[in-house]
Write a new protein. Structure first.
Length: 349
């Protein structure tokens, strides 16, 4: 709306001083011509805006003029939860509200504190998504968020690992984890909430039916307990590993807290700097892929089944890349595959 844009324009000039038409157009996401029209509208309403000519010119407020129009709307107040994550605020449809709310807060602060806010913004930045991973597409995030606000039932098509399903959900809350959005909701008459990844929704329809939130439900407490159960379910076994110095340095980056805990309990390094650690890992299928990311600097010592699974995977890779069955071969059946284990122990299964 134009009235909201005029207020934002006024707050920009008040908080930042002289700005060119192009700078204002970029902030407001409008054309330069629209900025000139809005400046004229502000002047006509009694706001003392001055236009300075020349290379260092621009628009500014005259005589230290300050507006008192700094009250937050409901949507602007809601958006403040995402003050450090403007990208996620935009995904929820709160991007413009957050930008205006930040300007209003800055305008309401004394000059010294407002200056400190700008200094902090110049020195600290939050980037929620993980490295080397595009953000999930979430075309239905905004209607889902609105249904959470309004406590409305949604009818949704959802893609599970085993196929697509249709559910009527009672959305209880949204969680942003590692750059990915998750919906916590009750399905149908199910007593317990479940977690749904928002990027896997194929269609969402917000219904007119409302629902009551479960008494005593807390989103943060639910998520903490759910994450704990997930971690316990995923880390199904313990592996004993032998690691080179390079692989040991990679362990926390590859395995997070499990890697940190494993290194904390590592034994003394041998003459070459290799150490033995014990670490919780997922099932064989997942653990093999995770451990191979450490390269030749990691050897699985136990359990025998995981060691055998890693060896099979290495053998398949050797075949794929045309490694023969001669000396040093990694192909199962070659001398290296069936030869003695390190330290002279019997061959692994």
């Amino acid at each position: 709306m134009r009235a909201d844009r005029l207020i934002t324009l006024l707050l920009l000039l008040q908080n930042r001083g002289r700005l060119t038409a192009r700078e204002l157009a970029a902030e407001l996401e409008v054309s330069v011509r629209t900025v000139h029209r809005d400046i004229e509208a502000l002047g006509a309403s009694g706001v003392p805006v001055c236009a300075d000519r020349g290379p260092a010119g621009g628009f500014r407020l005259v005589g230290g003029y300050r507006t008192r129009l700094t009250g937050l709307t409901g949507a602007e107040a809601d958006s403040l939860l995402f003050a450090g994550a403007p990208g996620q605020a935009a995904e929820l449809g709160l991007g413009a509200d957050l930008a205006t709310a930040r300007l209003k807060l800055e305008a309401a602060l004394p000059a010294a504190l407002a200056g400190r806010v700008r200094v902090v913004q110049d020195r600290f930045h939050l980037d929620a998504p993980a490295w080397f991973r595009d953000a999930d597409p979430v075309p239905y995030l905004a209607p889902i968020a609105q249904a959470v606000w309004d406590q409305r039932v949604v009818r949704a098509d959802y893609r599970r690992w085993r196929g697509e399903v249709r559910r009527e959900l009672r959305p209880l809350g949204l969680v942003l984890k590692g750059g990915a959005w998750y919906l916590v909701a009750r399905a149908g008459s199910a007593p317990e909430p479940r977690t749904y990844r928002v990027s896997r929704f194929l269609a969402v329809e917000v219904l007119g039916e409302t629902f009551d939130r479960p008494e005593g439900f807390g989103l943060a407490a639910y998520w903490e307990e759910s994450a704990r159960r997930l971690e316990a379910a995923c880390l199904q076994q313990t592996a004993r590993l032998r690691l080179s110095p390079g692989a040991a340095r990679l362990l926390p980056m590859r395995f997070g807290s499990a890697g940190v805990e494993a290194l904390a309990g590592a034994g003394a390094p041998d003459a070459d700097g290799w150490v033995e650690v014990t670490m919780a890992v997922e099932n064989d299928r997942v653990a093999v892929g995770d451990l191979l990311r450490l390269g030749p600097g990691a050897e699985v010592l136990d359990p025998p089944g995981l060691r055998a699974a890693v060896r099979r995977a290495v053998g398949e890779l050797a075949v794929m890349y045309g490694v023969g069955g001669g000396p040093g071969s990694l192909v199962p059946g070659g001398p290296a595959a069936d030869g003695p284990e390190p330290g002279g122990s019997a061959p692994a299964p």
